[in-house]
Design a protein around this ligand. Structure first.
Ligand SMILES: O=C(O)CCC(=O)C(=O)O
Ligand SMILES: [Fe+2]
Length: 165
């Protein structure tokens, strides 16, 4: 991964979040900006080993439900595992919120966002009361922008790479 300067306005948030201790004393140096139009999602995935095992996300514009899944198990002889059967629970992620995920939730489980226009909240949304929401409530999605802010331990300075023979 190549280092580039983070814009000043965003650096402010990188520093604020890092000062909470999210990256074990390191300062965030990586921001991924995703935009989801109403109805768009992201398929279940893991983010890979490149990052410090903590991910922090600022959400803007709309709520979403972030869904968690067990990984596909490799043992033979088992019935095929559907996405539905691997689904564990969701988090209601509100606009203007900061979500911090780490350890097992981030490293072992897969996360994703179902592509849909509306979310009806159930008891599978495990942070309902903390998010001030009620079971049975239906929330309509709008455009959401997420800023995923992390610390990447290994970055290369562009100068070094370009200077290589
Ligand atoms: O938008 C989000 O909150 C999740 C984004 C995500 O999982 C990713 O870009 O890897
Ligand atoms: Fe992700």
């Amino acid at each position: 991964m190549l280092a580039e300067k983070i814009p000043d306005w965003l650096q402010v948030y990188c520093e604020k979040i890092s000062s909470l201790g999210a990256f074990s004393g390191k300062t965030a140096n990586h921001v991924l900006v995703n935009e989801y139009k109403q109805g768009e999602g992201i398929m279940p995935h893991e983010d890979g080993p490149l990052y410090h095992p903590t991910v922090t996300t600022i959400s803007l514009g709309s709520h979403t439900l972030l869904d968690f899944y067990t990984p596909i198990s490799r043992s033979d002889g088992e019935a095929p595992q559907t996405e539905e059967s691997r689904f564990l629970f969701s988090l209601l992620v509100k606009p203007r919120s900061l979500l911090i995920l780490q350890d097992e939730m981030y490293q072992r489980l897969l996360h994703g966002i179902r592509p849909c226009d509306q979310d009806t909240l159930t008891d599978k949304v495990v942070n309902l009361s903390a998010a001030g929401a009620l079971p049975g409530e239906t929330l309509t999605r709008d455009t959401r922008v997420s800023l995923t802010i992390r610390h990447v331990p290994k970055v290369m300075k562009a100068k070094l790479i370009l200077g290589r023979k």
